[in-house]
Design a protein around this ligand. Sequence first.
Ligand code: HEM
Length: 234
Amino acid sequence: MEMALLSSDGFMFLLRWLHLFFGVMWIGLLYYFNFVQGSFFAETDPATKSNAIQKLVPRALWWFRWAAMFTMLSGLTYLASKGHRDGFEIFLTSWGVAILTGSALGLFMWANVWFVIWPNQKIVIASATQAAAGGKALPEAAAAGARAGVASRTNTMFSIPMLFFMGAASHLPMAVNPNANLWILVGVFAVIFGLLEANALKGKTGPMTTIQGVISCGFGLAGLLYVLVEVLTK
Ligand code: HEM
């Protein structure tokens, strides 16, 4: 009996399935942090907040950062397998432009989780634990929490165009001129992503401070990137 899953297409589908499983886990927790937990922390009493930082946040962050890791690994394995199977010219097609845009956003998000959010949250957790044990809160904890917050808001904004382009790769065929100079698109995106990432590392939340603001920024960024792709690939 022929089994679809045991073919090369089946292997690719299994990778996609795992990628979606980890991706949903990651982005679900990201939205929980940004849309639910932040507002709860702002209005709850200090003892409940401290307890949650010590016992709830570390658990949520464990699933969060490992889901990010396996989403990234399954995504890159898919990219490499597809390039190996179908030839690396596919990166110059509509599929390639969309998936490389989505993946670039996903990679920034993964780096923000592992190199900004998690190290800074470790300081916040250590501070709450020390204060709860009768010691002093760490002086650097407030700045660490704020930096993790800007990176987390940036990831929430990035997630919206990231999902658009991930889905667009196979489900929104765009007309890409094979003679277009895609380096212009790469350069423009490098500037946009670079500025937004620089803000995640050094800047403030600005219009992303409120939930409505960060969602609007995400949809605005998705629209802008989509129009740039359409214009710069002709
Ligand atoms: C971290 C870096 C990431 C990389 C390198 C990556 C890579 C990929 C690749 C290669 C595909 C297959 C595209 C196709 O052939 O249709 C894909 C699809 C997809 N990815 Fe990602 N991805 C990343 C992050 C994420 C995240 C965080 C999510 C969040 C849920 C996500 C959700 C999706 C979705 C929904 C699809 C479309 C599946 C479909 O059309 O059937 N990806 N990704």
